[in-house]
Design a protein around this ligand. Structure first.
Ligand code: DAK
Length: 257
């Protein structure tokens, strides 16, 4: 992974991945997508006691202003589909990651950038965040899962409107629609994400990873989410983690997960 294109910083098990192409408003080129894929496939394994991940963009103007438009104009249909599939697979790895991943949206989150934010488990927006799927302006449709995750998050009618008009929405509307979890001033963005991850890191790590899996199952037509839930519930009930959580409650102490 090119660590100049994706900056990796770690403190107390919380990793900050910063997409670092500020001159191109952090547009996702193949190096960025490969870097994300590498880190969520293998790179994370070198972090001891990983508790959570924050994805953000370099600078104060953009989270990610989309896929790198200049890089995909000469692709054939076959190459375009392969690239789209690779992006989708990368974003699936983020969506199904075993610890929480938060998008810290510090400006433009357009096209592939909005899709990246939607693949994260939570989204915290700075006041200057701007979201949109402007692919129709380029004669395209979203290619990294946007046609699927946007309606899941904000409902079909609004997703249809945003995708067909290419309109952008600010942080306040994104919050009203349920696209983001919180809005904070830009200078508090990382602090807010870290405070959420510190909270989740005090919970049972297996239950956190299983909760992510069970909620994601509700959007996966190939599995019965209710079945995933009751089976997982049973497994957790018979686990050391749950025994410790219940014992800690009864003994009026903090659990030692
Ligand atoms: N790609 C490449 N360069 C970009 C870029 C992008 N998406 N967005 C901005 N830049 C570059 C600009 O070209 C400019 O570079 P220079 O001219 O200085 O060399 C630099 O970043 C600064 O941008 P601006 O000068 O335009 O800055 P402004 O503040 O005036 O405007 C803006 C900011 C975000 C409104 C504007 O830059 C803009 O409209 N950017 C494009 C937004 C956009 O349409 N994004 C793409 C959405 S479509 C695919 C899979 C997925 C996709 C496509 C294909 N395959 C699998 C094939 C997804 C596509 C998308 O994401």
């Amino acid at each position: 992974m090119d660590t100049t294109i994706i900056l990796v910083q770690e403190e107390d098990g919380i990793v900050n991945l910063t997409i670092n192409r500020p001159k191109a408003l952090n547009a996702i080129n193949s190096a960025v997508m490969s870097g994300l894929n590498d880190w969520f496939s293998e790179g994370y394994k070198s972090v001891n006691g990983l508790k959570g991940v924050i994805i953000t963009g370099s600078g104060e103007k953009a989270f990610v202003a989309g896929a790198d438009i200049k890089g995909f104009s000469t692709l054939t249909a076959e190459e375009g589909s392969q690239l789209s599939k690779f992006g989708q697979d990368t974003y699936f790895k983020i969506e199904n990651f075993h610890v929480p991943v938060i998008a810290a949206v510090n400006g433009y989150a357009l096209g592939g950038g909005c899709e990246l934010a939607m693949a994260c488990h939570l989204r915290v927006a700075a006041e200057n965040a701007l979201f949109g799927q402007p692919e129709v302006n380029l004669g395209l449709i979203p290619g990294y899962g946007g046609t699927q995750r946007l309606p899941q998050l904000i409902g079909k009618a609004k997703a249809m409107e945003l995708t067909l008009t290419g309109d952008t929405i600010g942080a306040v509307e994104a919050l009203q629609l349920g696209l983001v979890n919180h809005i904070v001033p830009l200078e508090s963005l990382l602090e807010k994400c870290i405070s959420i991850l510190k909270k989740t890191s005090r919970k049972g790590p297996i239950s956190i990873s299983k909760a992510i899996r069970a909620i994601n199952a509700s959007y996966d037509p190939s599995v019965n989410g209710y079945e995933v839930e009751y089976k997982t519930f049973g497994e957790l009930l018979d686990s050391d983690e749950c025994r410790e959580g219940v014992a800690a409650f009864i003994e009026k102490r903090k659990p030692n997960f």
